[in-house]
Design a protein around this ligand. Structure first.
Ligand code: GRF
Length: 227
């Protein structure tokens, strides 16, 4: 027993990946701060060769591979993933470049405890190839979104977004790289808000959900592109 001030328990987070895991690495780095309200307790990949696995192991985070091809149905695969998450006492699941569609069963099991990062300003540009599609449309501002997961793909209450101006000479690759830098900023921010309880889902009179925010409006804070 210590007489010092007690530190609130950190929420236990499992991260699901399929690839390079740069967002996962950003979450692990942020969670090293003793004041951060969450800890990354395991990383699960459905792809054995995912580069993120080595990054997690190097950071001392336990990893597991659950290869979806070894299961007959999506739900059987997901039950195997849940077994790993439960074994680590996971309370919140963060999808970070996880490239499998999830069943309503999995999504409901983690209701309001399952978050995703998407490289676009949702509800625009759901799905794949977001940067190429945005460039083709000539939009001047793109960005990224962290949101709670609902059964429909890339839908769910938005927790944090970041906006990125588009330059004339941008390609899908240059845009993706600049948006990724912002992903690494907003994912740790969003996870902290979920873990601390600051990001709460509220439902309005029409039954629409959104995340309540305690931020006061600063009307002069705008992003013009081109400025
Ligand atoms: C990110 O752009 C993420 O938004 C998208 O897939 C990419 C994954 O990158 N869902 P990484 O694996 O986190 O490096």
């Amino acid at each position: 027993m210590s007489d010092g001030p007690t530190t609130p328990a950190k929420r236990r987070v499992g991260v699901l990946i399929s690839g390079g895991g740069s967002n996962m690495a950003a979450l692990i780095a942020a969670a090293r701060d003793p004041a951060y309200p969450a800890e990354i307790v395991c990383v699960v990949s459905n792809v054995a060769t995912a580069g993120g696995l080595a990054k997690a192991a190097d950071a001392g985070v336990p990893t597991a591979v659950v290869d979806h091809r070894a299961y007959e149905t999506r739900e059987q695969f997901e039950r195997a993933v849940v077994e790993v998450l439960d074994a680590h006492g996971v309370e919140i699941v963060a999808l970070a470049g996880f490239m499998r569609l999830l069943t309503p069963w999995f999504i409901e099991r983690w209701h309001d405890r399952l978050i995703n990062i998407h490289p676009a300003l949702l509800p625009s540009y759901k799905g794949l190839h977001t940067h190429a599609r945005a460039l083709a449309d000539g939009v001047k501002i793109v960005g990224c979104t962290v949101h709670f997961v609902r059964p429909e793909m890339d839908v769910g209450p938005i927790i944090v977004q970041a906006a990125v101006p588009v330059a004339d000479d941008d390609t899908a690759e240059t845009l993706a790289a600049r948006v990724l830098v912002q992903e690494h900023r907003i994912y740790p921010l969003a996870l902290a808000r979920v873990a601390s309880g600051a990001a709460r889902v509220v439902t309005d009179a029409e039954g629409r959900e959104r995340v309540a925010t305690d931020l006061a409006a600063t009307l002069d804070a705008t992003l013009l592109a081109p400025a």
